[in-house]
Ligand binder design. Structure first.
Ligand SMILES: [Ca+2]
Length: 212
């Protein structure tokens, strides 16, 4: 066996170990732990801003409107009474760092009640407006939309209803993961194996010969 191969293998293993990353969940809300209720100024990990309100729909309260792919509870971006034109914002800002890819997912579906809705989603550099027909359960389904920044910033995730109506788009399954911060569980084992190859490299050639 050529000894230099040992170093090459160790180098490759170290490279894999250093670049191996796992996604980390930085935000997650499916509204399912909330009690379905009308005219709420907060909904789980979100607050309704500026005196607006939302409805949490679910079992016993129009839960049938939370159509697939949504499930159990969802949020009606048009609240009830007062100012129903909701601006729903994450309670806490999320720190965004350069070099890390944040992947945003959420489900916005049409009102299911005959009217068209418009909802703007903002998060750091990401901004998108979704015009959804009543039964449109596809156009507002966003999965793993990558968001990156060039300078560090702290950003709120915001869903803003653009129409003054009590029948808004329906929101569910909001989540965000970051790729680039969390180490894989394989990192340490890979580094240990690489270290073994380096040790073999420094063994005396006569010893190594006995290994084949
Ligand atoms: Ca839900």
């Amino acid at each position: 066996m050529k000894r230099i191969y040992l170093l090459l293998v160790a180098g490759v293993l170290c490279g894999i170990a250093v670049f191996l990353r796992i996604p980390t969940t930085v935000f997650s809300e499916n509204f399912d732990s909330l009690k379905p209720e009308l005219s709420l100024v907060d909904a789980g990990a979100f607050d309704a801003l500026n005196g607006t309100n939302v409805d949490v729909l679910g079992s016993g309260l129009n839960g049938y409107l939370c159509s697939a792919p949504e499930s159990d509870n969802c949020v009606d971006m048009g609240g009830t009474g007062g100012n129903p034109q909701a601006t729903l914002q994450s309670v806490n800002p999320i720190d965004l760092k350069p070099g890390i890819t944040y992947k945003l997912s959420f489900q916005l579906i049409g009102s299911q009640r005959g009217n068209t809705t418009s909802t703007t989603v903002s998060f750091g550099p990401y901004q998108q407006t979704f015009e959804l027909g009543s039964g449109d359960n596809k156009s507002g389904i966003v999965k793993n939309e990558p968001v990156t920044v060039s300078v560090p910033q702290s950003a709120y995730l915001t869903f803003a209803n653009n129409t003054n109506s009590e029948q808004g788009a329906l929101l569910d399954n909001v989540s965000m993961t970051s790729l680039g911060e969390g180490r894989s569980i394989w990192t340490i084992p890979l580094l240990l194996v690489a270290a073994c190859f380096v040790i073999l490299f420094f063994l005396r050639p006569s010893w190594l010969g006995k290994l084949g």
